[in-house]
Design a protein around this ligand. Structure first.
Ligand code: PLP
Length: 398
């Protein structure tokens, strides 16, 4: 009964479900406190108190017919203006409400922009390692994904390989900084060069190439690292933002797209994206959450908890002999597998009740992703198990 295009998705989904079920099985056998699940990027830091207060205030103070009603498919004008003002204050941009389209999170924002710009057969470039859902999003609109291999050991994009892979068929390039799964933040220098290459290739091919900057982790950066605002380096940029991580609201499904005036045919692209939002079935972003975002545009989660987890886990794992780039953002460590076969390494981790995601799930075998958006107690309790895994793989251990 199901469509052919769905078949590979169903097969892949069962792999993820297997991992989830494995976690439950281990928890039932050994007790949940003895199972160290680092597989999911689900924030464990609560949403700021201001969000709860804003929900209560919206319900108390605003007209319920308005709050729960339909609005423009792009979202409430005042909410979009508040988002634009906040970006302008923080990043020196000059956006206005008609640059901002409220979306059902980043997943939906990515689908909206890809539906808006892709013709069948158009090529979309991504840099490995990357969030594997991009492949499904691109195939939803019959685009073709082309993967630029990882640049080791720093995981900044390999710009020379990128230059070679751009072709007259390239319609879009997706970047994600701070990055899932590496935690790397692309430097200003990288973004400037990336913009130069794109302009050069647009000229050479006589085409337009859209840079899509997927930014759910923008606010999660440590050590005072700046996350440069991508629209400042390349005009044909669309920013895809989400509050899933920055306000710990992944289940509420709220985010936005920025389609700047500088982009070619900006007004047309914006109008088409609003229609895409509607016909994809989202219609509009959740109304109550939009009202809340207006009151919380400058709020953020407590980053200290993630930072503490990051330092503790990175410090301990590198002491045990694992190699890993020190992440500057997001909440992931991307650790080099000490065994050639990363699947074997994942099995050894599982024997010690540690669940991690193989790098092949991000098109980068030979590594594993450890999501440290867990309790500090889980990290502390897991360290002896990590030390044992290290020894089992011929590393120092504790
Ligand atoms: N993009 C990346 C890189 C992600 O890691 C995620 C979620 O983990 C998403 C997009 C989707 O985020 P959202 O919850 O806003 O749809």
């Amino acid at each position: 009964m199901i469509a052919e295009k769905m078949m590979p998705l169903v097969r892949n989904n069962s792999a993820i479900r297997t991992m989830f079920e494995e976690g439950r099985r281990l928890a039932a056998l050994y007790g949940p406190e003895n199972v160290f699940d680092f597989s999911l990027g689900n924030p464990n830091v609560p949403a700021p108190d201001a969000v709860k207060q804003a929900i209560l205030d919206v319900l108390e103070e605003e007209d319920p017919v308005f709050v729960h009603g339909y609005m423009s498919n792009a979202g409430y004008e005042d909410v979009r203006a508040a988002v634009a003002d906040s970006l302008n204050r923080r990043f020196g941009t000059a956006f206005h409400e008609n640059n901002i389209l409220m979306t059902v999170g980043a997943a939906s924002g990515m689908n909206v922009i890809l539906k808006t710009i892709l013709n069948p057969g158009d090529q979309v470039l991504v840099f490995a390692p990357y969030f594997l859902e991009y492949g499904s999003y691109v195939r939803n609109y019959d685009g073709e994904l082309s993967v630029v291999p990882p640049h080791l050991p720093d995981f900044q994009p390999d710009l020379e390989a990128f230059r070679r892979q751009l072709s007259p068929k390239t319609k879009a390039v997706i970047i994600n900084t701070p990055n899932n799964p590496t935690g790397v933040v692309y430097s200003e220098e990288t973004l400037r060069k990336l913009g130069e290459i794109l302009r050069e290739k647009e000229k050479e091919f006589g085409t337009d190439i859209v840079l899509i900057s997927d930014e759910p982790y923008r606010e999660l950066a440590y050590d005072g690292v700046e996350v440069p605002y991508v629209t400042q380096y390349y005009a044909n940029t669309v920013v895809c933002y989400s509050y899933s991580k920055s306000l710990s609201l992944p289940g509420e499904r709220i985010g936005y797209l920025v389609i700047p005036d500088e982009m070619k045919d900006s007004g047309e692209v914006f109008a088409a994206a609003v229609i895409a939002n509607r016909v994809l079935g989202c219609v509009n972003a959740p109304s109550l959450m939009q009202r809340v975002i207006k009151r919380c545009v400058d709020e953020g989660v407590n980053l200290e908890a993630y930072d503490r987890n990051r330092s503790r886990l990175y410090g301990a794992l590198t002491e045990y002999g694992f190699s890993c780039i020190r992440p500057q953002g997001a909440f992931y460590l991307f650790v080099k597998s000490p065994l050639e076969d990363e699947a074997q390494f994942c099995r050894i981790c599982k024997e010690h009740n540690i669940l991690v995601v193989p790098g092949s799930s991000f098109a980068c075998p030979g590594y594993v992703r450890i999501a440290y958006c867990v309790s500090y107690q889980q990290i502390e309790r897991s360290l002896p198990a990590f030390a044992q895994v290290a020894r089992a793989c011929g590393l120092r251990g504790a």
